[in-house]
Design a protein around this ligand. Structure first.
Ligand SMILES: [Zn+2]
Ligand SMILES: [Zn+2]
Length: 380
């Protein structure tokens, strides 16, 4: 019986990265998982083949041996390395591979009922959940409390979370006879596999609870109060420990991740703890100076604009920014004044402006003055 090349099995190149190998295996495992292909011998073979290839290629030491010596280099390698202790070394190795990839692929909670009720006897942590909420600019600045509803689960009332029908027990897995591992003979050696029927639990749930189909939980809407800390920024995520999906069979709950979306503000934009706004003023205000009303997060304030202010000038209003995350100090507010040139003016205003321009001394306009001088020099 000749074996296929492991790289070929996973459909990756000889130089595939660890991630590429994992991705390829994940795809095949999802496609050929025994629980998705009930009674298909072909799928089972494919699943085993891919799993074996992944076990070797995901382990740098084994992969190196395989690259060097081919199948002969890795067959029964666990038997060798454990130095006469039988399968010892091989087992733990393998458990890690599976724990890792299956929680990655299927999420921890789908392990249970989803797959033949396997591993039903063990406690498992609930899945992490995520949701997102929208908060106002001000709410993000000052912090707030938000009421949210999330679709989660509660312990199944019928079975108390065990996933079993009343009066029934978990049964020993017929495939692995309770060992959680199956063995494949490779010539002289045996290789161990996590049992595909029970996923290593050694037991199966033959009489799943009718209400929850063996999952041990029922869907339920949960209302939660979320404290939004002051200073939170758009795109940040809050982690609410233990507010995720309930654990299985008494295991701890997962966590809830709340993604924060901060609404845009009519006046303000934000950069770290500082806020920015623009205030239009007339050129008369800019020339003569004025006190203008500006918005802040704490309400309106008057800001002095000195005479001769140029357009684009930025004024700092200290301590009117965002509260630093979790702290009491605040950032600043930056106010950019933009001189607005008047449009649609009357005949009378035009006359006034013309008179103004005629009397305007070049020393009042230093930028214009030097510009004109430079232009002259340049073209002479
Ligand atoms: Zn139930
Ligand atoms: Zn089994």
């Amino acid at each position: 019986l000749s074996k296929r090349d492991y790289y070929q099995v996973l459909g990756v190149g000889k130089n595939a990265s660890k991630d590429e190998i994992k991705k390829a295996y994940r795809k095949l495992a999802l496609q050929y998982h025994p629980d998705r292909n009930k009674n298909s011998k072909e799928a089972e073979v494919k699943f085993k083949e891919a799993t074996e290839a992944y076990e070797i290629l995901s382990n740098p030491g084994k992969r190196q041996k395989y690259d060097q010596f081919g199948h002969a280099g890795v067959d029964g390698s666990s038997g060798f390395s454990s130095g006469g202790q039988g399968f010892g070394g091989g087992f733990s190795d393998f458990g890690d591979v599976f724990g890792d990839i299956f929680s990655d692929i299927f999420g921890e909670s789908s392990f249970g009922g989803g797959f033949s009720g396997g591993k039903a006897s063990s406690k498992r942590r609930g899945q992490d959940l995520e949701t997102s909420i929208v908060v106002d600019f001000e709410e993000a600045a000052f912090g707030t409390e938000k009421q949210i509803r999330i679709q989660g689960n509660k312990v199944c009332g019928d079975c108390g979370g065990s996933g079993l029908s009343k009066g029934t027990k978990l049964e020993t897995c017929p495939t692995c006879h309770g060992r959680g591992q199956t063995y494949v003979k490779q010539g002289f050696f045996s290789m161990s596999r996590t049992c595909p029927t029970c996923m290593g639990a050694g037991t199966i749930n033959k009489n799943p609870c009718k209400k929850c189909k063996g999952l041990g939980k029922q869907s339920a809407v949960k209302n939660l109060k979320v404290t939004i800390p002051s200073g939170i920024a758009d795109g940040q995520t809050l982690k609410l420990r233990g507010e995720g999906d309930i654990g299985f069979n008494g295991g701890p709950s997962g966590d809830l991740y709340v993604h924060i979306n901060v609404k845009e503000h009519k006046f303000f934009t934000r950069k770290n703890d500082d806020i920015y706004c623009e205030v239009p003023i007339s050129f008369v205000q800019a020339a003569l100076g004025d006190k203008v009303e500006i918005p802040t997060l704490d309400g309106k304030i008057k800001m002095k604009i000195p005479a001769g202010t140029q357009t684009g000038k930025i004024f700092r209003v200290s301590g009117k920014g965002i509260y630093r995350l979790g702290g009491y100090s605040r950032g600043d507010q930056y106010v950019k004044v933009v001189v607005e040139t008047p449009e649609k003016i009357t005949r009378e205003q035009i006359d006034l402006l013309n008179k103004f321009e005629e009397n305007l001394s070049m020393s009042s306009m230093p930028k214009k003055k030097s510009y004109l001088e430079n232009i002259k020099k340049f073209f002479n």
